[in-house]
Design a protein around this ligand. Structure first.
Ligand code: DX5
Ligand code: ZN
Length: 216
């Protein structure tokens, strides 16, 4: 069964409590929280106060995806806000190993995210230090974009690398996931499905989550 992580970026920000309640009662496994700084990506989403309130509103795993430069400046603040998993972009980290050590020493799981153009081979010397790889299947910055098909090749290559090293690193896919393409994403070797618009624009979000969860 995949881990299903709805992205709150597509939630109704005026009714966040209701959307959190819906997710709490649904089969969703994680809350996916997209933090954007207007520098690493050409958009600004929400920051620490919002993350803190959302994390308080759930007992589920809070999966924080940082699309920001200099994530080391904020790692501790996100831990204090309630993050369970903190994912940083490889393209934003000159000293990635140091970022990973910092996140783990703060007591969070550590993830590394890759943009669509970034080869998974760049992970070879860090894979054994991390808990999760997030492969962007759209260019980061916005919800509601179209899934980039080459992501499936990247998933297969990454899955092979993880298996060959005998590791348990999770593969999370983020962007453009629908109930139509989710099966091929899981078949390619992914473990975690992030879904924003597919869940929140659905007439029955909880049923859509159940549908993603039921993928074999
Ligand atoms: C994009 C974010 C995604 C986004 C996914 O930069 O990282 O998590 O919310 O949204 P959908 O599922 O609508 O593509
Ligand atoms: Zn994300």
């Amino acid at each position: 069964m995949p881990i299903v992580a709805p992205s709150l970026l597509a939630a109704n920000f005026l009714r966040l409590q209701e959307d959190c309640n819906m997710l709490n009662e649904s089969q969703a496994d994680w809350f996916h929280l997209d933090v954007m700084d207007g520098r690493f990506v050409p958009n600004i989403s929400f920051g620490l106060p919002v993350v803190e309130q959302i994390c308080k509103a759930t007992d589920k795993t809070c999966d924080v995806h940082l699309m920001i430069v200099e994530p080391e400046k904020y790692a501790e603040a996100f831990k204090n806000a309630g993050a369970d998993i903190l994912t940083v972009h490889i393209e934003a980290c000159t000293n990635l190993h140091r970022n990973i050590e910092q996140i783990k020493s703060l007591g969070m799981k550590a993830g590394v995210a890759l943009n669509p153009h970034t080869p998974v081979s760049l992970l070879s010397e860090i894979l054994h230090d991390i808990d999760l790889v997030l492969l962007m299947s759209v260019n980061p910055g916005f919800g509601g974009q179209k899934f980039i098909p080459n992501t499936l090749n990247k998933i297969r290559t990454l899955k092979k690398m993880i298996d060959e090293k005998g590791l348990q690193v999770l593969i999370e896919i983020d962007g453009g996931i629908t109930t139509d393409n989710a099966t091929s994403i899981i078949k390619a070797g992914a473990n975690v499905l992030v879904a924003g618009n597919t869940v929140f624009k659905s007439p029955d979000p909880a049923a859509t989550i159940a549908q993603l969860k039921a993928i074999a």
